[in-house]
Structures are given as structure tokens and as C-alpha cells.
Design a protein. Structure first.
Lengths: 141, 60
């Protein structure tokens, strides 16, 4: 089900994704708002986050298989290589095969703004790791 | 990017909040305007829910 190419996807876009993004943007400084753009068959969210003193540019891609498959988020601002960072500065956030529910993306419970919040928490960990060399949260099994 | 590090106190506060979030479900609060870290809390009002990071799934 693609958000842009099926009735079910369009319904999710209009009733879940767009309202929650609009709510996220309320009262937000313009440069920190989420901007949404269609790119090919995918929807791309572009935004900025500032968990500490540094500002990071990011993009989250909602692929045609979203929301069954979790969104992909990458940081556009250059980072130092660190744990939980994949090729192309994509953030490693979910393990769909995990037996631990909190490690899995659940399309029934989460929207694209959860991916933005997860990216914020990832960047907060990165800010700690950058100075201490230690990722502040233990890895779940 | 010229990386500007957290101070020792800021880092300690952030680590405590992150671990509270992972261990006991404490909500991390983002500033509504620019997403900077505001602190952690047990109670989140409906007004703040979009800026409160609580039950976000993650494998670490």
C-alpha cells in the first residue's frame, strides 16, 4: 500500500500522517517545521532537529511499502562514524525480527512523527557519544 | 559542522533523562519552537504530547 498510489494509502495520509505533521508544526519556528514533498513514488519529510547545541538536517522517507515497512531516516549533516549509523548516514532504529515489541515498528501504533521523535532521541544519544565515546542507552536483544 | 559539545552538567542531565526514558518510560520534552531538550517528566498534558518523546520504539 503506497501512500500516494492506493485508496487505503491516501486515506492514511489524510487521516493520520498529515494531521499529525500539522500538529507537530504548530507553534514551531519555521526553520524547524517538517516539510513534506513527493519524490518519485515516495513521500519525503525534511526537517531540522536540535537536541543539544547543534542543528541537524534530516530527511525521513516513507517508501511505497510504508507503513508496513518502517520509515527510513538519514541525517544530511555530516556526522562522525558512530554506533547505530548505517551506510548513507541512515539511522539504525528498529529491528523488525526482534522478539521485543519496543524494538519493532508497529504500523498500527506509529506515524511518521514517531520517526522524527526517534531521530531526536538518536541524535541526543549521538551528542552524548560524541564527547564521552559511550552510547548512553544499552542495546536491546 | 563545528560541533559544540554539551557541558558536563548538560550531558549528565541528558543521560539521566535518556535512561529514565528507556527504563521507566519517562517522557523527554522537546522545546516547541526549536526542538531543543527541555527536560524529562512523568506527566504529559494533551497540549504537550506531540513534543513529548515517550513510547517511541527503538532497538537500543
Amino acid at each position: 500500500m503506497g501512500l500516494l498510489d492506493s485508496e487505503q494509502g491516501k486515506r492514511r495520509l489524510l487521516t493520520v500522517e498529515i494531521p499529525v505533521i500539522e500538529r507537530y508544526n504548530e507553534g514551531r519556528d519555521p526553520e524547524f517545521r517538517i516539510r513534506v514533498a513527493p519524490v518519485g513514488g515516495t513521500l519525503v519529510l525534511r526537517y531540522r532537529l536540535k537536541p543539544g547545541h547543534n542543528i541537524y538536517d534530516l530527511e525521513t522517507r516513507l517508501l511505497s511499502s510504508y507503513p508496513t515497512v518502517p520509515p527510513e531516516t538519514r541525517v544530511l549533516t555530516l556526522l562522525k562514524h558512530c554506533p547505530h549509523l548505517l551506510e548513507g548516514q541512515t539511522l539504525c532504529m528498529w529491528r523488525q525480527g526482534s522478539t521485543r515489541a519496543a524494538s519493532r515498528w508497529d504500523p498500527a501504533r506509529f506515524s511518521s512523527v514517531f520517526a522524527v521523535q526517534a531521530a531526536w532521541r538518536w541524535l541526543a544519544c549521538y551528542e552524548v557519544w560524541h564527547e564521552s565515546g559511550e552510547w548512553p542507552l544499552p542495546e536491546a536483544k | 559542522m563545528d560541533f559544540r559539545p554539551l557541558t558536563e552538567v548538560e550531558r549528565r542531565n541528558l543521560v539521566t533523562a535518556l535512561r529514565g526514558n528507556a527504563d521507566t518510560g519517562l517522557a523527554l520534552l522537546m522545546d516547541r519552537r526549536n526542538t531543543s531538550f527541555l527536560g524529562a517528566t512523568e506527566e504529559v498534558t494533551d497540549e504537550e504530547v506531540i513534543n513529548a518523546i515517550r513510547s517511541v520504539p527503538c532497538h537500543y
